[in-house]
Design a protein around this ligand. Structure first.
Ligand code: X8Z
Ligand code: ZN
Length: 604
C-alpha cells in the first residue's frame, strides 16, 4: 500500500525534474523581474521543497515507529520509507539539475544557492545513481538500529536497562561490582560489529557516489568544512584545553584511588569512572541536595520544568502534539516493548510535529538531558516559518543544533536557577569551587572523548578505511592517548567497544559536532550572561528573561539560511573559540593546581 503510493509520487517528481532540466539560457541581466535562470531555479526548488517535506515526513514517521517499538513490521516499513525518500532526494535528474544550476552560482540569490547545496547534501546520503548501493545502505542501517534498540543488557542472568547501568556506575563503591556492570555494558558491542563492518563500506561508497572522498568527508561538508579542517579544529581544541584536563584528570585519579582504597594508577581504569565511556564525570562530585530534591519530584515534573525554562524565556508552550506523541519515560516493567534508550528529539514534518524520545527519570542526568532535548525542539520551532524553505529548516550546522541544546544544559546547572526551582534551598551557601568542579567534570573530559577518541576513531574507520581486525585496539589506543583511560583487562578484537556507543551505529561521523557544540555553548552562554543579562556567568539565571529568548531566537530563526560562522560572529563578535571555556574555569584551574601540588600530573 505504502509502496505503491510512493511509486506514483516518485515517478511524477522524476518526470518533473527531467522537464525542468532544459538547456540553460545564456546569462542575461534582467534588472527587475527575476532572470530566466532564477525563475528556473525557483520552479525547481518549489518542487523539491514540497516533495522533500512530504517524503521526509513519511520517513520520519516510519523511523519513529521503528525506534519506539522494535518489530519486524516497523523495520520493514522504515526501510521502505527510507528508500522512497531516497528515490526522490537521490534522484539522478535532481542531482544533475542542482549541479547544473550551481555552475551559475554567482547569478543566483544566496538563499537558492544554499538550498541547492542542501539538495546535493541530501542526495549524497542515498544517491539513486546507484540504487542497489543506496538500498543496501538503508537495509543495513535499519538492521543495525533494530539490533541496537532491541538489545537487552544482562548481569548475572538478570536484565538491566541502560538507566540501571548508568545509575550503578554512579553509585557503586566496590570496584569489582563496578567492573561487572562496566563489562555488562560492553556486551552490546559484539552483536553490532558485523553490521558496522558492512556499514563502514556502504556508508563511504554511498558518499563517494557524489564525489566525496568517504563518509566522514560528507559529514564534514555538512558543517561547511573539509575532513582536514575538522581534524585540525579538534586537535586545536584539545591542545588549548589540555592544561585544564590534565589538572582535572589528576585530581580525579587521586580522588578515585582514595575513594576505592586502591593504589594510584598510571591511567584511570575505565570502570572507576561514572560513565560507560568515560565521557562525562560530573557525578563524581554531587551538588549537595540536588539529587535528594529531584527524588521528591516525578519524571513528569522534570520534563515540565524543562518546558517552563523555555516559556520563561518568552517561548511558546510546546505544541499539543509534543505531549501526545512523544515517548518520554522508560518502558513499564514487564512490557515486552523495546525502544531506543538514548535521548533524542525529532522534527517529524518540518512543521510543528516535534517529538522527543527519552527514558526520563527524576535524576540529575535526565534533568540536564531534558533541557538539552527541548533545546533541539525550540531550535526546530524557531526556524519553522514561511521565510525558511523546508530544505533549510535545519540547524545552521549540526553542531549549532547540539550547541543550542548545550547552552540550556550549562544554564540548567546554575545555582540561582536550581534555587528558583526549589531544587536547592534559597539560602544555600554554595561552594563556588565545588560547583565549578562539578560542571567542569561534565565538560572538559567530554572534549577528550569527543574530539579525541570518538572523532579520531571514526576518521580512521571512514577516511582511512581502518580494517575491522584493528578496531578495538585502535579504540583503546585512542582512549589511552586522548583520555588517559584504560580498560580493566585487555580487550581483544572479539569485542567492539566503539559500537557500544549509540552514535557510532546510528549517527556516524557526527560526534565532532558535540565537541564544536561544547565550545560554542560556552561562548553563547557566557555572552548572554555577561552582555545580555549583565550577570556573573558563574552565578547566573536565564529563567524569567525574555531578552535571552529573543537573543537566541535571533540566531535560531535563520535555520540554515546563512553560514554558521557568520551567524556566530554577528551574534557575539567572536569566531569559534575555546576562550570562553578556559575563562569560565580559570578559578577552578588555580584551585586544581594547588590541590595537585606534588602529584604526578596526567599519565605517562
Ligand atoms: O546524544 C546526546 C544527546 C542527544 S542529541 C542526549 N549527547 C551526546 C551523548 O550522550 O553521547 C549529548 C552530549 C553527547
Ligand atoms: Zn542533542
Amino acid at each position: 500500500m505504502i509502496q505503491s503510493r510512493f511509486a506514483a509520487q516518485i515517478l511524477t517528481v522524476a518526470a518533473a525534474c527531467l522537464l525542468l532540466a532544459a538547456p540553460l539560457p545564456a546569462a542575461a541581466a534582467v534588472p527587475v523581474a527575476p532572470s530566466p535562470l532564477q525563475q528556473r531555479v525557483d520552479r525547481f526548488l518549489a518542487l523539491v521543497n514540497a516533495s522533500y517535506q512530504a517524503l521526509y515526513t513519511v520517513e520520519q514517521r516510519a523511523q519513529w515507529d521503528a525506534s519506539t517499538d522494535v518489530t519486524p513490521e516497523h523495520d520493514a516499513a522504515a526501510a521502505v520509507a527510507g528508500k522512497a525518500r531516497a528515490a526522490f532526494t537521490g534522484n539522478p535528474a535532481l542531482i544533475t539539475e542542482a549541479r547544473e544550476l550551481l555552475r551559475h552560482e554567482g547569478e543566483l540569490d544566496s538563499l537558492s544557492v544554499r538550498e541547492l547545496h542542501h539538495v546535493l547534501l541530501n542526495a549524497a546520503e542515498g544517491p539513486m545513481t546507484n540504487p542497489e548501493l543506496a538500498g543496501a545502505r538503508i537495509d543495513a542501517e535499519t538492521r543495525q538500529a533494530s539490533i541496537m534498540n532491541a538489545f537487552t543488557f544482562t548481569l548475572g542472568g538478570k536484565p538491566l536497562s541502560a538507566n540501571d547501568i548508568d545509575e550503578q556506575l554512579v553509585s557503586l563503591a566496590d570496584v569489582n561490582a563496578r567492573r561487572a556492570v562496566w563489562e555488562a555494558s560492553k556486551l552490546i558491542g559484539p552483536p553490532l560489529k558485523p553490521g558496522l563492518v558492512k556499514l563502514q563500506g556502504l556508508r563511504s561508497r554511498v558518499a563517494q557516489e557524489l564525489g566525496y572522498a568517504d563518509y566522514f568527508a560528507l559529514q564534514a561538508a555538512g558543517h561547511e568544512l573539509s575532513t582536514a579542517q575538522v581534524l585540525a579544529m579538534q586537535d586545536d581544541f584539545l591542545r588549548e584545553l589540555r592544561p585544564l584536563y590534565l589538572q582535572l584528570y589528576t585530581w580525579t585519579k587521586y580522588e578515585l584511588a582514595s575513594r576505592y582504597h586502591q593504589p594510584v594508577p598510571d591511567r584511570i581504569p575505565a570502570h572507576w569512572l561514572p560513565n560507560r565511556w568515560a565521557q562525562e564525570w560530573e557525578a563524581l562530585v554531587a551538588v549537595p541536595g540536588l539529587d535528594s530534591a529531584l527524588k521528591t519530584r516525578s519524571p513528569e515534573w522534570v520534563v515540565q520544568a524543562g518546558e517552563k525554562f523555555y516559556t520563561s524565556l518568552g517561548r511558546k508552550p510546546l505544541p499539543e502534539t509534543f505531549w501526545k506523541a512523544s515517548d518520554l519515560y522508560p518502558v513499564a516493567a514487564g512490557s515486552g516493548r523495546k525502544k531506543n534508550s538514548h535521548a533524542s528529539c525529532w522534527d517529524m514534518d518540518l512543521e510543528h510535529d516535534i517529538r522527543s524520545l527519552m527514558s526520563v527519570e527524576n535524576d540529575e542526568y535526565w534533568f540536564s538531558t531534558v533541557h538539552h532535548e527541548l533545546g533541539h525542539a525550540y531550535y526546530d520551532l524557531a526556524y519553522t516559518r514561511p521565510e525558511v524553505p523546508y530544505l533549510l529548516r535545519t540547524g545552521a550546522s549540526p553542531a549549532f543544533h547540539e550547541g543550542f541544546a548545550g547552552v540550556a544544559e550549562v544554564a540548567s546547572r546554575q545555582t540561582p536557577y536550581l534555587e528558583s526551582l526549589g531544587l536547592l534551598p534559597a539560602d544555600a551557601k554554595t561552594d563556588e569551587i565545588r560547583t565549578l568542579l562539578h560542571d567542569a567534570l561534565a565538560t572538559v573530559p567530554f572534549m577528550f572523548f569527543a574530539s579525541g577518541t570518538m572523532t579520531h576513531w571514526e576518521a580512521d574507520v571512514y577516511a582511512n578505511a581502518l580494517p575491522a581486525d584493528q578496531w578495538n585496539a585502535r579504540w583503546w589506543r585512542y582512549a589511552r592517548e586522548y583520555q588517559g583511560v584504560e580498560p580493566p583487562s585487555p580487550r581483544g578484537e572479539e569485542f567492539c567497544d566503539a559500537a557500544t556507543k549509540t552514535h557510532i551505529n546510528d549517527t556516524p561521523a557526527y560526534y565532532f559536532s558535540y565537541a564544536i557544540a561544547t565550545v560554542f555553548q560556552y561562548q553563547i552562554y557566557c555572552y548572554i550572561a555577561r552582555d545580555v543579562l549583565h550577570q556573573d556567568p558563574r552565578n547566573c539565571n536565564f529563567a524569567g528573561h525574555p531578552e535571552v529568548g529573543a537573543f537566541l531566537d535571533g540566531m535560531q530563526r535563520q535555520g540554515a539560511t546563512r553560514p554558521w560562522k557568520t551567524i556566530l560572529r554577528e551574534a557575539t563578535g567572536e569566531d569559534l573559540s575555546t576562550r570562553a571555556v578556559v575563562d569560565y574555569y580559570r578559578p577552578l584551574m588555580d584551585w586544581l593546581v594547588k590541590q595537585n601540588r606534588g602529584r604526578k600530573i596526567g599519565w605517562d
